[in-house]
Design a protein around this ligand. Structure first.
Ligand SMILES: [Zn+2]
Ligand SMILES: [Zn+2]
Length: 350
């Protein structure tokens, strides 16, 4: 029998990571040393991480300057595991999350104006640094969000990107209670957008392709459903009086272009479904009725706090499918297929 050699015990066992090592590469499940938090940083023991369509930016290398290998994931829910030097605003064991907004410098012109979302040195979780497709991650303390007790990790994770994006876009859209608000697309973003729109007191109209989501859309809080496959969506909206806001969640510029004529006076197309194709609109379409088109990206960690508090208060919850971390490739493919009902979440903690 061979004699056993006793290895010195590492402080923490290696952790499992799902990384991308080059643009367009597959997910690689590898082991890494658990990272140490630097000054101003916090280490999080990740419990769950949502799989978002924007993870394509990391997967395919579509974000300028991204460095590899990189671990995607910006819908992170976990527990504070270790504090770096100078961090006193969080405590070990506290349930926290990190969303798209992964940190800001606090000193640039925009930060000095309180506009952290447009910080000139804004960091994006899973792009600027490794995100939540791993067992332990390190994030700047200012990027953290507190998770309310009544939300589970898998419920909280999708609210940190899909949730905050729909919630924040709607609450800044200018629509008031009673206004007609259409949510285009019943998917990862849309199924949350419909719930928020309903809880905000809007007359909520869901627009989907085909009739199969009509019953679900109504269950989520839509008072009307428009099937854009069998009906002209813009005309249908005009019949209802014209939309004050159309929340465009489906990543289809063509579909967005076709809906612009469904806006009422002072109506706004609020664009959150990200694509690289141009939206087509004529100046006359915008001039008549003073219509606007606006884009919206997630929000700050404080906006995420608001999103989670509102979800807790109102009962808004994501519908999810879960996969284990070692199935990251499968989970990502499921999200990309557009067939997930409706958010894919990696379960990472035990
Ligand atoms: Zn996202
Ligand atoms: Zn800044």
């Amino acid at each position: 029998m061979a004699t056993m050699r006793v290895e010195p015990k590492p402080e923490l066992a290696p952790m499992m990571v799902a990384q991308i090592s080059k643009p367009g590469g597959d997910f690689e499940i590898v082991e890494r040393e658990v990272p140490e938090p630097g000054a101003g940083q916090v280490r999080i023991k990740v419990q769950a991480c949502g799989v978002c369509h924007s993870d394509i930016l990391t997967k395919e290398g579509l974000w300028p300057g991204i460095q590899y290998p990189r671990v995607p994931g910006h819908e992170v829910a976990g527990v504070v595991d270790e504090l770096g030097a100078g961090v006193n605003s969080w405590r070990k064991g506290q349930r926290v999350g990190v969303g798209w907004h992964g940190g800001h410098d606090g000193t640039c012109r925009e930060c000095r104006r309180g506009d952290f979302r447009n910080c000139q040195n804004v960091k994006i979780c899973g792009i600027s640094y490794d995100g939540g497709y791993e067992q332990y991650m390190v994030a700047p303390a200012e990027a953290l969000v507190s998770i309310p007790e009544s939300l589970t990790d898998v419920e909280a994770a999708p609210l940190l990107c899909a949730g905050i994006t729909t919630y924040n876009a709607l609450r800044h859209s200018g629509a008031l209670p009673g206004d007609l608000v259409a949510v285009h697309g019943i998917g990862g973003l849309g199924h949350l957008g419909i719930q928020f729109a309903n809880k905000f007191g809007y007359r909520t109209v869901a627009i989907g392709r085909g009739g199969e989501n009509a019953a679900l859309a109504k269950k989520l809080g839509a008072s009307e459903y428009i099937d854009s496959k069998s009906t002209n969506g813009a005309q249908a909206l005009q019949k209802l009086g014209g939309a004050r806001v159309i929340l465009a969640t489906a990543p289809s510029s063509k579909a967005m272009s076709e809906l612009i004529d469904g806006l009422g006076p002072n109506g706004k197309l609020m664009v959150i479904g990200a694509t690289f194709d141009p939206i087509e609109v004529t100046p006359v379409q915008l001039i008549n009725g003073s219509r606007t088109i606006q884009g919206w990206a997630a929000g700050t960690p404080a906006d995420s706090d608001d999103t989670l508090s509102f979800a807790e208060l109102s009962g808004v919850r994501p519908m999810i499918e879960t996969y284990s971390l070692d199935k990251a490739e499968e989970a990502y493919a499921r999200m990309m297929s557009g067939k997930a009902q409706f958010r894919v979440v990696l379960t990472i903690g035990e």
